[in-house]
Ligand binder design. Structure first.
Ligand code: CUA
Length: 328
């Protein structure tokens, strides 16, 4: 019996504990906007918890208290006070408090770092533009940004509607075809945070995540300079793996800057090995997951646009995975 209770409660406890994880939590703010949202949430929690306790106390008094107490909670005075007067005060306070939350939509400034996030069904395209960048730096499924500096986001989508949400850093905002939405995020501390699509966008909606890495400004500048570099094969082993990449048809959807692979439609792979995850937050990055994804993308994320490339022999698949994971 006890065992059955434990088995039943374990998943619930695991879920509750997972809610405490701070990597994706609106209650562990690491950005200005997220902190304001969290403050508003706590204000509402405390005020409404107080209201709940009062209502329950009155209910208990009405049911169980001695007669002279029950007489007191009868009549219209209490209804008028608790049901009309109190909300008339509390609701406008909530309204004003929510107006005080900084609206993340701000005018664009060309002198600032801008991160363009373009939703695609199944993945996120990420482009960096701004001062010192002659050309956009293209990446996917991961965002890097400097701490303590306002960063502009331009958000749109190629196909279906998505919603861009980084709970630790800011509120959520929709990504709508044909429309560019703007928001500004200022991160207050460094760290790795998980973002999640928040608008149903098809069968793999729940598997449409991304990582946001907030870095010290110097580290970020160095990373961006490296990310802007092309990545041609550096030796005969890489060259052979790259030829397998071409033979497999990978270049019809993927680009690797500095090579002849310049396909669109799928994520840019120029520095794919430097990302924390693969397939929009689905797998931890590594040689093994890379090989698994190439050979079995449809088993891992059914319905996505990448077919299973299971025609490679083991040695070639291994060389290809090693080459791609080596693109740091
Ligand atoms: Cu993209 Cu839900």
């Amino acid at each position: 019996m006890t065992r059955r209770v434990v088995i039943t409660l374990l998943p619930a406890a695991a879920l509750a504990l997972a809610g405490c994880s701070t990597m994706q939590s609106a209650l562990d703010p690491a950005g200005i906007n997220a902190r304001q949202v969290a403050d508003l949430w706590w204000l509402m929690v405390w005020v409404l918890s107080g209201a709940f306790v009062i209502v329950m106390a009155v209910l208990a008094a009405a049911l169980f208290a001695p007669r002279h107490w029950r007489e007191r909670v009868r009549g219209t005075t209490l209804i008028a006070a608790g049901g009309v007067a109190l909300p008339v005060v509390v609701v406008p306070v909530f309204l004003l408090a929510s107006f005080a939350v900084q609206w993340p939509l701000v005018p664009e400034r060309p002198d600032r770092l801008t991160i363009h996030v373009i939703g695609h069904q199944f993945w996120w395209e990420v482009r960096y533009t701004g001062p010192g960048l002659a050309q956009p730096v293209v990446s996917a499924n991961e965002i890097r940004m400097p701490v303590g500096q306002p960063v502009q986001f331009r958000l749109t989508t190629e196909d279906v509607i998505h919603s861009f949400w980084l709970p630790n850093l800011a509120g959520k905002i929709d990504m709508i075809p044909g429309q560019v939405n703007h928001m500004e995020i200022t991160a207050e501390r460094t760290g790795v945070f998980r973002g999640q699509c928040y608008e149903f966008c098809g069968a793999q909606h729940a598997h449409m995540a991304f990582m946001a890495v907030v870095m010290e400004p110097d580290g970020f500048a160095a990373w961006l300079a490296r990310e802007a570099q092309p990545a041609p094969p550096r030796g005969p082993v890489e060259e052979r793996a790259f030829q397998a990449f071409l033979r497999g048809g990978c270049a019809s959807c993927h680009a690797i800057r500095g090579t002849t692979a310049d396909g669109g439609g799928g994520p840019d792979l120029t520095h794919v090995g430097g990302r924390l995850t693969l397939a929009a937050g689905m797998l931890p990055n590594g040689e093994g997951p890379m090989g698994g994804w190439i050979a079995g993308a449809q088993n891992i994320k059914p319905g996505n646009r990448m077919p299973n490339f299971n025609g490679f022999d083991g040695e070639t698949l291994r060389a290809l995975s090693s080459y791609l994971y080596g693109l740091k």
